[in-house]
Ligand binder design. Sequence first.
Ligand code: LLP
Length: 422
Amino acid sequence: MDHFLYRDGALFAEDVPVAEIAATVGTPFYCYSTATLERHFRLFDEALEPMPHLVCFAMKSNSNQAILKTLAALGAGMDVVSGGEYARATAAGVPGDRIVFSGVGKTVEEMRVALEGGIRQFNVESESEMEALNGVAVSMGLRAPIALRINPDVDARTHAKIATGKSENKFGIPIARAREVYARAAALPGLDVIGIDLHIGSQLTELEPFELAYRKVADLTEALRADGHEIRRLDLGGGLGIPYTRSNDAPPLPSEYGEMIQRTVGHLGCEVEIEPGRLISGNAGIMVSAVIYVKHGEGRDFLILDGAMNDLIRPSMYDAHHDIVPVHEPAAGAEQAPYDIVGPVCETGDTFARQRNMPALRAGDLVAFRSAGAYGAVMASEYNTRPLIPEVLVRGDQFAVIRPRPSFDEMIARDNIPEWLL
Ligand code: LLP
């Protein structure tokens, strides 16, 4: 459920007409709903209520400071994967003991900064990383709290580019070698081994792969405890999918996911962490764009928008589907025709949808891409010297620009001219 609904023929973001925001900030832009973000966070928080837990928002899905502050105010932790994300989390006021640091290639500098600023745990992905972290911690006279990321060799049955839990993927330590690696970690003086971590993939639309993986984690927890490790925390990753279309085959609900977690690992008495990104921010955001031209091509018609692949790359990169709806609600039973919906970038890959049925639209009309709050703005680029588009946050009847559109001068001024070209 989200808060982007039609009222009297116009699309609203909570209590604000989307067209009014467009008139103020220009198109294209991202627009987020506070109520939707808060609702999604609470769904997870409540789903894990029976267990000691922390919901760590995977801020790679949306890392705007205003979004982080909104979630942090509800008690969210953060899952960060870079020094930059760590800096963003702390700038948003998230305390170190609510930040977990994931990622397959942490640098020693990133480790140092996080140890200095405070960190809940590092999710360590390899033996080389383990040794590097040990070195940094020892040099600082500290012990770094760690969980080892286990690769459970489970098929997440999602898009190949975002599946992470098979043995051929670059992530984690093969589960078959886990006991050996835990023994090595426990012998390192700069590490405090507190838990197990895993993340098997993103946009999972069924519970079975999670359940398979979590059962393996439960068995491993018992084996590691028998080996003398004090496993007290399980980080079960993110990945629960969202409905990108309004069809009936919706992914499982956070409540069902929570029940499954309790069923599989609840008896272990561990503190549970999860790292959802998409389910919290995805349907809390839309991208609004205007039609520049309607072009009648040979055998097919095109809607050419002012938004492009550099603003929302998911359709080009993962063949992802985003519902695209007119901001002005079409009359009931209005005729529809198939269009290729494209952006102005000079690549055929700059295509959002092929042969998508849309009501009649004219130049200047606004459309909204639904489910664009996750992996939208954060994956945008300035390709074709197109400015990063503004982000707007709505709360009830208020809205605020939470990242402005840079001017061309600002973009150009970031380049430096070497002396010999002056
Ligand atoms: N934890 C870890 C360690 C992750 O790598 C990820 C996502 C998450 C949590 C959050 O997963 P979520 O709950 O959002 O599914 N750009 C792609 C998605 C990449 C996901 C990468 N890792 C897309 O647009 O579909």
